[in-house]
Design a protein around this ligand. Structure first.
Ligand code: SAM
Length: 355
């Protein structure tokens, strides 16, 4: 196993079969080797900086029926809400005043957020919050739609692929959703010029080590600018209510591997990780993540954006939360920075033969 870890460190690449072995036969010793390398690479590219993204959850209406997700359209218990344009803009301005220079607009696939509406919001945020990057996470849309959002000024787009295995995808989604379309959307986003993010849940129902190996190979080949991974956490009104949740141990192990695969990737320590572990953000950063996404949504919206049970909601004002985060990061030797936080260059030549 040590040889396999060294091979990954040297080549930033393994075969699918090798990734599977590295996951199946992991030990605390291998995890430590990979974690140390992940931290070394992250420091080489980003120093001790941690980038912030201000997350605004714009709507929990969704036309899709993803089996794992608490806001899926079949959930009649979900208390639906949709922020108005003014509310979204106010959240963004509030975040801007605190110092955020990336705003993430995330939501279910809500037909009310037409291209026209979203483009208008993008333009207004750009006008009111100069030098701010806008990340969208609004699900699957047509290439023409993505193009319009890009032209309106959106910089980045997050669309987790959820699983790189078609059969597994079909066990997590109803028939009318398609693996091919999800993957095609990611391809389109990249072609248009978005900084593109993919990702998956760790420990989702039916997931095997072979599936995870495919996820890693997909990341290696697709070369996304961002990757969001977090543990699957069951939500009580979904058909997966009684499934096991994912673990922090495997999530952090995979975070380290992803950092090694792509040393300059923008990798968040996700809210889901922070939900299953009190110090999940710290664990994520120490495993190789370099991004944290505090929530800027109004408190009432945060409570209704129930993707899974027990979501970490601090209830604090965003400004207060960020001050606390600064201190938490300082304690482990990192610094929260207030800038756009775009992906930086990584050049293997700069390694000076240190591997
Ligand atoms: N609708 C957009 C989309 O599909 O990309 C964005 C919103 S969607 C709710 C954001 C992400 O939440 C999904 O990509 C999924 O990986 C994650 N998610 C949903 N349900 C979850 C659960 N039960 N546990 C952990 N993560 C979950």
């Amino acid at each position: 196993m040590k040889k396999l870890a060294q091979k990954l460190i040297k080549n930033h690449s393994l075969s699918e079969a090798e990734y599977e072995l590295l996951i199946k036969n992991r030990t605390p010793e291998i995890a430590e080797i990979l974690q140390n390398e992940a931290v070394r690479l992250r420091k080489q590219v980003y120093g001790n900086e941690v980038f912030l993204r201000g997350l605004i959850e714009i709507s929990n209406y969704c036309k899709n029926g993803c089996y794992y997700c608490g806001i899926n359209c079949a959930n009649k218990e979900c208390n639906r809400y949709r922020l108005t344009e003014d509310e979204i803009l106010n959240c963004a301005i509030e975040g801007y005043k605190i110092g955020f220079r990336t705003i993430v607009l995330q939501g279910g696939e809500d037909n009310c957020f037409t291209d026209e509406v979203v483009c208008d919001i993008i333009r207004k945020i750009k006008k009111n919050c100069p030098e701010t990057a806008i990340t969208l996470s609004l699900g699957e849309r047509t290439k023409e739609s993505y193009q319009k959002l890009y032209e309106a000024g959106a910089d980045r787009y997050l669309l987790r692929h959820e699983t790189a295995d078609k059969t597994h995808y079909e066990r997590l989604h109803p028939e009318k959703m398609s693996f091919e379309n999800r993957m095609n959307c990611l391809k389109n986003l990249k072609e248009i010029g978005f900084a593109t993010g993919c990702g998956f849940m760790v420990g989702s129902p039916y997931q095997t080590e072979e599936n995870l190996a495919k996820d890693l190979k997909f990341i290696e080949e697709f070369q996304p600018q961002m990757c969001g991974i977090g543990p699957f956490i069951p939500q009580k009104n979904t058909i997966f209510a009684n499934e096991e949740k994912g673990t922090a141990e495997l999530t952090t192990y995979l975070l380290s591997i992803i950092r090694i695969i792509k040393p300059n990737i923008l990798l968040p320590a996700t809210t889901a990780l922070n939900t299953i572990e009190e110090d999940g953000r710290v664990m994520g950063i120490l495993a190789g993540a370099n991004v944290i996404m505090p929530n800027l949504s109004p408190k009432t919206a945060r409570e209704k954006y129930n993707l899974y049970d027990g979501k970490a909601i601090t209830g604090e004002e965003s400004a207060e939360e960020v001050k606390k985060l600064e201190k938490t990061m300082e304690k482990i030797g990192y610094k929260v920075v207030y800038k756009r936080g775009d992906m930086r260059e990584y050049r293997k030549e700069d390694e000076n033969g240190s591997i």
